[in-house]
Design a protein around this ligand. Structure first.
Ligand code: PEP
Ligand code: MN
Length: 338
């Protein structure tokens, strides 16, 4: 880390900093310039969390050199992480993995019917919520274990991997029996108890970005999972809350290339929740592929008008089919495949 000293820092203050940092196990290197004096410190930056050097007299600023999300960072691992979900289903390689399905598992019939159509169009992972994080307690909360059964059955029948959301640490064991990927929803991005428990498993996880979370906070949440031992983490940009109310959220397209630079983990984009409007989903999905995402998650419903959740943002299966064809073309242009 680098300590920038105040212009008027006294020799006594400088000596105090040098002594203190040496005691902390760091190796200080002082560089006296015309304008400013800076101290470069070699050693574990963790001391910064315990001893806030920026409050020392004479210190203007302390600049950490390493990212606080160590295991998640590109510094830690140069090559892209590839997560094997099941035979023939991977994310993080050259292919763009598509996850699709209804917002909620509503019935056995709907799940299977949508699954067949999205699979035929090229989706490899089937999504569907059985435990739903609804804003209103009066809205459909999901079918619970019954829904998980339908999801698993459809997945097995069509040889698709499955993903579903875990809202509560108490449901973790149950959900693990039914699904290939655990989804941590936006509202739970900073549920640290849940993150730690999922970190102890080896199951693939998709960590959604919190509604108002910065990229750093999102990556720190991922660090909770990796630091507990689970490196099978994909990140999902699903739009953030901004001042704009014309759309449900604002898709942070910058996050895709930025997170790919900062981290080795695969990045998924969810244009359904990012836009909240079905006719914006395809353009946003195409932009996300062009920007370099490793995967997409898209809500599809046979009859959006009647959907028990998120009908306004659900694509009809034939529209999803058209989108899949378009994505193929875009992926090709940037040297990727679907
Ligand atoms: C979902 O994927 O169904 C969902 C609830 O998403 P988010 O957590 O991003 O709102
Ligand atoms: Mn939804």
């Amino acid at each position: 880390m680098i300590i920038v000293l105040k212009k008027d820092a006294t020799e006594e203050q400088i000596q105090h900093i040098l002594e203190k940092t040496t005691k902390l196990g760091l190796k200080p290197n002082i560089s006296r310039g015309v304008e400013r004096t800076v101290i470069g410190l070699i050693g574990p930056e963790d001391v910064l969390r315990v001893t806030p050097l920026d409050v020392f007299p004479g210190v203007e600023n302390v600049i950490p050199v390493l990212a606080p999300y160590r295991l998640v960072s590109r510094e830690f691992r140069k090559e892209n992480t590839v997560i094997k979900i099941k035979d023939g289903v991977e994310i993080g390689d050259n292919k763009v993995l598509v996850i699709a399905g209804p917002c909620s598992i509503e019935s056995k019939e709907l799940t299977l019917s949508v699954a067949k159509k999205v699979k035929a169009a090229g989706a490899k992972v089937l999504r569907g919520g059985a435990f739903k994080p609804r804003t209103s307690p009066y809205d459909f909360q999901g079918l619970g274990e019954e829904g998980l059964k339908y999801l698993k059955e459809a997945g097995e029948q069509l040889n698709m991997a499955t993903i579903t959301e875990v809202m509560d640490v108490r449901d973790l064991e149950l959900i693990c029996k039914y699904t290939d990927i655990l989804q941590i929803g936006a509202r739970n991005m900073q549920n640290f108890t849940l993150l730690k428990e999922i970190g102890k498993l080896h199951k693939p996880v998709m960590l959604k970005r919190g509604i108002s979370a910065t990229i750093k906070e999102w990556l720190m949440s991922a660090e909770y999972i990796l630091s507990n031992g689970n490196f099978n983490v994909m990140l999902c940009e699903r739009g953030i809350r901004t001042y704009e109310t014309a759309t449900r959220n604002t898709l942070d397209i910058n996050a895709i290339p930025l997170v790919k630079q900062l981290s080795h983990l695969p990045v998924v984009v969810d244009p359904s929740h990012a836009t909240g409007v079905w006719n914006l989903v395809s353009p946003a999905a195409k932009a996300a592929v062009a920007a370099g995402c490793d995967g997409l998650m898209i809500e599809v419903h046979d009859n959006p008008e009647e959907a028990l959740s998120d009908g306004t943002q659900s694509l009809l299966p034939y529209k999803f089919g058209v989108l899949m064809q378009e994505i193929k073309q875009i992926a090709k242009v940037i040297g990727r495949d679907t």
